[in-house]
Structure formats: structure tokens, C-alpha cells
Design a protein around this ligand. Structure first.
Ligand code: IPM
Ligand code: MG
Length: 357
């Protein structure tokens, strides 16, 4: 039996993850789901954000379905003790270096975008964010020097770390519209100069993919000017964190944004961690107001990338697209009403027609 580790975490994590489990179970019957603590709740129950027991359960599973981590009251803790250390720790522990973050506007959702509808109609891009290097994982220090406090976060990249993420992105672009934009800050950063050289090298192996380099500040601008000009965007960890939130918002809500963190080629059907990118949303946590679609589309990515079940992934995505048009919708998409998390999940479930294996 294929086991899936379910790590609901904090804030809205448990609500949206429960919805995603129900949908995945319907689209791909026969999975075993094992739940484990992570994040702020694990600090309470186990005294640490990423308990060893949780890591063990994950390593025995085919994939991780992850909710969100974080919460008030941890701001003064050192980075490695904060709830967020759990997600960073899992990414590093399982070497999940390729973070796939799609940003697409579903038909009928154009008017929800903060941009003009005609600018976003048909928008369908995907980020490949390098996920286990850069500023996030370089040495961090806080020292006292010459009577001042000095904070350092080291931005470090090794060529092979760049290469594997970039190869993943080229492979993905090859499977899509064959257009890759590499985002860097080559005019200022040494790490970006290395990044760009590696990208140019790897491009030799993908002659049918059109490659473009773009500076990160310009990329932030071009995303709001003409988001449909992009197909696949590959970038380092920090730039990818920021730009993928921007792109998600352009689709109208971050509540439908899904992600996969992988460690092999896009068609390898290996281990992965799947999470909505919306975070814990503490203001609405526990109220059943959160949009479950980001988590549900993450479950679809799990079916596609870890289970190799394209039919289940497509069935979930179709059910989501239909539900977005027909409703019900949570309040991030429906200002006048706003259905509950469970009502949206129920509607999606009802639209999944399982083709018996
Ligand atoms: C994300 C989140 C995380 C990140 C946080 C929670 C550490 O913002 O997945 O985008 O910065 O990677
Ligand atoms: Mg983020």
C-alpha cells in the first residue's frame, strides 16, 4: 500500500489539508494516510518544530502532503527554532531542490485578478524555484562589532546546485511551451553571474527551448505588465519566494496556488513534498473560511509527480476548474458571499468521477 505522510501544521493548514486528503483519496483510492506533527504545534507537543518521528514517517512515505507552518509568538526565536525551520528542514533533509509553482488563471476567474482581465486571460506560467540553497541556507550570524550589532546571511551557491535546478526547469519547459526565462541579478551579484553561466551551459542540451535572461527587478515589472509572456521561470531561492507570491496574486488569489518540491526530473515519479503556498493565514485560521483549492491542487500535483497518476491529477484539476466557475467559492474569490472550506471541497469531490483502475 502506498503511504502518504500528512503534515497539516499550523493556522489554516489542518483545514485545507483535510480537504486535500478527501479529494486525493477519491481521485486515487487505496492510499494510506499517516498524520504527523510539524511546525508550531510540534514545538508545543514535542519541543521542536520538526520531530524525528515526523521525519521518519515522511521517509517511509511516497510523498508528503504539507499544510503550513508558522504562528504568532515565535518572532524572537532564533531561525532554527522557529516553526518555519520545519519546512526548511524537510526541504533540506529530503534534498527537494526543485520547487514547482504554477500560476494560472482559470477560465472565468479573470475578473478576480487585480490586473485588467484582458491582461491575464489564459495566463499559465510556472516557476521553478531553487529550494535548498542560497540565502536561506547560507551561514547566519549575529555579532557585535565596533559597538554595533552586525547581522550576516550568506548567499552561497555551488555550480552543481544551480545546474540540477536549471536542468529540471529546462526539462519542464521542454514538456510545455518551450520557453524558459532565467531570473537573476547578474549586474550586482557574484552568485547570479555563476547562475547565468550555468544556465547558458545547460541550454546547450536543450536546443529546442528558447532561453531568455531577465534581471529580477525587471521580472517583477514584466510579471504585472504582461504575465502571459512567460512559460517557465527558473530562479534562485529568495527571488523565487518573492516572485511566486506576486504571480499568485496576479491570478486573483493566493488561495488557489499549489506547489511541489521535488528531487528528480519532472517525469521521475519520485518522492516529493506538496503544499499550498498561501501560508498559515492566522486571521482566518479555524474559521473554515480558507480556500482549500491551493491544497487540493497540490494533491493533484502529488498524483502527477509522485504517483504517476496523470488521470487522477487531471480529474482533480478539471473538478477544480468547474467548481471555480459554478461555485461555491470561498470569500477570497467571492466578496458578497463566501462559502466554507468544506462546502468548496464537497463541490469539488462531487465533480470527481473516478475511473476505476
Ligand atoms: C514559501 C514560504 C516559506 C519560504 C517560509 C514559510 C519559510 O514563504 O514556501 O514560500 O520562504 O520558502
Ligand atoms: Mg513564500
Amino acid at each position: 500500500m502506498t503511504q502518504i505522510a500528512v503534515l497539516p501544521g499550523d493556522g489554516i493548514g489542518p483545514e485545507v489539508t483535510a480537504a486535500a486528503v478527501r479529494v486525493l483519496d477519491a481521485a486515487h483510492p487505496g492510499l494510506t494516510f499517516v498524520e504527523a506533527p510539524i511546525g508550531a504545534n510540534a514545538i508545543v507537543s514535542h519541543g521542536e518544530p520538526m520531530p524525528a518521528e515526523t521525519v521518519r514517517i515522511c521517509s517511509e512515505s511516497a510523498a508528503i502532503l504539507f499544510g503550513a507552518v508558522g504562528g504568532p509568538g515565535h518572532d524572537d526565536l532564533e531561525p532554527h527554532l522557529r516553526p518555519e525551520a520545519a519546512i526548511l528542514g524537510l526541504r533540506k533533509h529530503f534534498n527537494l531542490y526543485a520547487n514547482v509553482r504554477p500560476a494560472r488563471v482559470f477560465p472565468g476567474m479573470e475578473s478576480r485578478s487585480p490586473l485588467k482581465a484582458e491582461l491575464v486571460r489564459g495566463m499559465d506560467l510556472v516557476f521553478v524555484r531553487e529550494l535548498t540553497g542560497g540565502l536561506y541556507f547560507g551561514e547566519k550570524t549575529l555579532t557585535h562589532e565596533h559597538g554595533h550589532e552586525v547581522a550576516r546571511d550568506v548567499l552561497i551557491y555551488q555550480d552543481d546546485e544551480i545546474e540540477r535546478a536549471v536542468r529540471f526547469a529546462f526539462a519542464l519547459a521542454h514538456m510545455r511551451r518551450k520557453h524558459l526565462t532565467s531570473v537573476d541579478k547578474n549586474n550586482v551579484l557574484m552568485s547570479s553571474q555563476l547562475w547565468r553561466r550555468v544556465v547558458i551551459d545547460v541550454a546547450q542540451d536543450y536546443p529546442d527551448v528558447t532561453l531568455e535572461h531577465m534581471l529580477v527587478d525587471n521580472a517583477a515589472m514584466q510579471l504585472v505588465r504582461d504575465p502571459r509572456a512567460f512559460d517557465v521561470i527558473v530562479t534562485e531561492n529568495m527571488f523565487g519566494d518573492i516572485l511566486s507570491d506576486e504571480a499568485a496574486m496576479i491570478t486573483g488569489t493566493i488561495g488557489t496556488a499549489s506547489s511541489a518540491a521535488l528531487c528528480g526530473a519532472p517525469d521521475a515519479n519520485g518522492f516529493g513534498l506538496y503544499e499550498p503556498i498561501s501560508g498559515t493565514a492566522p486571521d482566518i485560521a479555524g474559521k473554515k473560511l480558507a480556500n482549500p483549492i491551493g491544497a487540493i491542487l497540490s494533491a493533484a500535483m502529488l498524483a502527477r509527480y509522485s504517483l504517476g497518476d496523470e488521470a487522477a491529477a487531471a480529474a482533480i484539476e478539471r473538478a477544480v476548474a468547474e467548481t471555480l466557475v459554478a461555485g461555491p467559492r470561498t470569500r477570497d474569490l467571492d466578496r458578497d458571499g463566501g462559502a466554507s472550506t468544506d462546502a468548496v471541497a464537497d463541490a469539488i469531490l462531487a465533480r470527481i468521477s473516478v475511473v476505476a483502475a
